[in-house]
Design a protein around this ligand. Structure first.
Ligand code: SAM
Length: 420
C-alpha cells in the first residue's frame, strides 16, 4: 500500500524519495511534463543517449575503452597533490553514493517503472542532433531579429485554468494573441497560464506557462538586475560553461575562463530576503578549489551543502564504474546562501536551511543537460512563496522561471516536443 502510493506520487511528480534515506530518483521527463498543457517531452527524445545505446551497443564500448586506457597509463605514476585531494573527496562521498544506489537497486517498483520508459515513448528514436540553429551566431549577425509569440490568453487574467484543449487551433487559432518582440537582449515573457509558441525565422520553440527568457551574451547580464531588491531572486541556479579538455564538449558550446564567473552579479540578483544559490560543477579538483576559495567569496555566498547527481542507466546500473579516476558517474551541485538585506520579518515564510548532502539519481539526457531537481530545493529557499527563480547559462525554460543564457531556447525547440 505504502509502496503503491509512493509509486503513484512518482508518476505524478517525477520524484521518488526512498524511505529513511537522503536519496531520490528523478525522472526529468515527468517533471518537465508537469509544466506543459498541450505539448509533452517524449522519453525517447530526452533520453536519446540511452535509446541509441540500446540499438548500437558498439558505440558504448568505443567510448568507454579510451578512458580506461588513459586511466591505466595515469595510474602507473603516483598521484599529485591535487589528485590526492580529489581522491579523498571521492572516498568521502563514496559511502553516501553506494548507499543511495543500493536503495535504487532494491526498489523493484522504481526499476520496473524505468523498464516502461520505452513503451511510453510516443515516437521512435527521433534524431535530435544536428540542424540546431546556433543562437550564438544569430545573435552576432542579426541582433535585431524578432520573435513572434503566440499566446493563449484566457478571458480573465486571474483565471488559473487554461483554456480547454479542444479549442486549440494553434498556431494562429482564434483565441491566440500574437506579440512581436526583439529576440535578443530582451526579456521575453509568456505570462499566461498556458504553453506559448515562440517563432524565430520559421523555427518554433515551446515556452511553458509563466516563464521568461533573456537571450544574450554575458556582457548584457547586468540588464537582469532588478530595479528593486525585493524583486530579486530567491533561487539562483548556475551551470557555467566551465573550460574542459573534452573535444566533444568544445563542439557543443563555447566555454569561458573561470575569471569571467567572478563578475556574475549574484549579489545584485539576490532578493532582499536572500537566495539559495545552486552551482553545477564538473569533477575537476581545480574547480572545487576555485569555488571554495575565490568564487563563493566573490559572490558573497556561504557554502551550505553538496548534492550529488548519480547517473544511472535504464536498468539501474551506474553509467560507469564508481571508482574510475578520470571519469566519474556523478557530478556535484554545490549549494550556498546569498544573504539578503533584511532579516526575516512579517510576510516571510519558513524555510529549512539546507544542511545535509543528498544523492539524486537519474538517467542522463543530452550532453551536459542537467536533471530536474528544483523540487528538491524549494523547501530550502528563503523568502516569499512561490519563490522567484532564475537559471543562469540556461538551455531550457522552466515554468515560473527566468532563463538567461546565450541559447536559452535550445531544448525548447519544437523538435524536442510531441503535440498532445
Ligand atoms: N544547464 C544547461 C542544461 O542543463 O542544458 C547546460 C548549460 S551549459 C553547461 C553552459 C551554457 O552557457 C551553454 O549553453 C553555452 O552556450 C552558454 N554560454 C557560453 N558562453 C556564454 C556567454 N559568453 N554568454 C552567455 N552564455 C554563454
Amino acid at each position: 500500500e505504502h509502496n503503491s502510493q509512493k509509486l503513484s506520487l512518482f508518476y505524478e511528480s517525477g520524484v521518488y524519495s526512498f524511505d529513511d534515506s537522503n536519496a531520490v530518483f528523478v525522472d526529468s521527463v515527468r517533471v518537465l511534463n508537469r509544466f506543459y498543457h498541450r505539448f509533452s517531452v517524449s522519453p525517447s527524445v530526452y533520453y536519446s543517449r540511452f535509446f541509441k545505446t540500446q540499438t548500437t551497443p558498439n558505440a558504448v564500448s568505443s567510448t568507454v575503452t579510451p578512458s580506461l586506457r588513459k586511466r591505466k597509463r595515469r595510474e602507473s605514476r603516483p598521484l599529485n597533490e591535487r589528485e590526492l585531494i580529489a581522491l579523498q573527496r571521492h572516498q568521502e562521498a563514496r559511502p553516501l553514493l553506494l548507499a543511495a544506489h543500493e536503495c535504487l537497486l532494491k526498489s523493484a517498483e522504481v526499476l520496473n517503472a524505468l523498464k516502461t520508459l520505452k513503451s511510453e515513448s510516443s515516437c521512435s528514436t527521433k534524431e535530435c542532433d544536428g540542424g540546431q540553429r546556433s543562437f550564438v551566431d544569430l545573435g552576432h549577425v542579426a541582433p535585431h531579429l524578432e520573435v513572434t509569440l503566440s499566446l493563449r490568453v484566457s478571458d480573465n487574467d486571474a483565471d488559473p485554468h487554461p483554456l480547454p484543449k479542444d479549442l486549440d487551433d494553434f498556431p494562429g487559432g482564434q483565441c491566440c494573441v500574437q506579440k512581436v518582440v526583439r529576440a535578443f537582449n530582451n526579456l521575453v515573457a509568456n505570462d499566461t497560464q498556458d504553453d506559448a509558441v515562440a517563432e524565430i525565422l520559421s523555427n518554433s520553440y515551446v515556452m511553458p506557462r509563466e516563464s521568461c527568457f533573456y537571450m544574450s551574451d554575458l556582457g548584457q547580464i547586468r540588464n537582469l538586475i532588478p530595479a528593486h531588491a525585493d524583486s530579486g531572486f530567491n533561487l539562483i541556479m548556475v551551470d557555467p560553461p566551465w573550460e574542459n579538455a573534452s573535444a566533444h564538449q568544445k563542439s557543443r558550446y563555447q566555454t569561458l575562463p573561470n575569471r569571467y564567473f567572478l563578475s556574475l552579479p549574484i549579489k545584485q540578483l539576490t532578493h532582499t530576503e536572500g537566495a539559495l544559490v545552486a552551482l553545477w560543477v564538473t569533477n575537476r579538483e581545480k574547480l572545487r578549489c576555485f569555488i571554495e576559495r575565490e568564487l563563493f567569496p566573490a559572490w558573497g555566498v556561504s557554502y551550505a551543502a553538496t548534492f550529488y547527481w548519480l547517473k544511472v542507466k535504464e536498468n539501474g546500473s551506474l553509467i560507469c564504474d564508481l571508482d574510475l579516476f578520470h571519469h566519474r558517474p556523478y557530478e556535484c551541485l554545490i549549494l550556498g546562501y546569498s544573504p539578503g538585506k533584511v532579516n526575516n520579518t512579517d510576510n516571510l515564510s519558513e524555510f529549512k536551511p539546507v544542511k545535509n548532502d543528498r544523492v539524486i539519481m537519474s538517467i542522463p539526457g543530452d550532453y551536459s543537460r542537467k536533471p530536474q531537481i528544483a523540487d528538491l530545493l524549494l523547501e530550502h529557499v528563503p523568502g516569499p512563496k512561490p519563490p522567484r527563480c532564475i537559471e543562469l547559462f540556461a538551455r531550457e525554460i522552466l515554468a515560473g522561471w527566468v532563463a538567461w543564457g546565450n541559447e536559452p531556447l535550445y531544448f525548447q525547440d519544437s523538435k524536442y516536443f510531441v503535440k498532445k
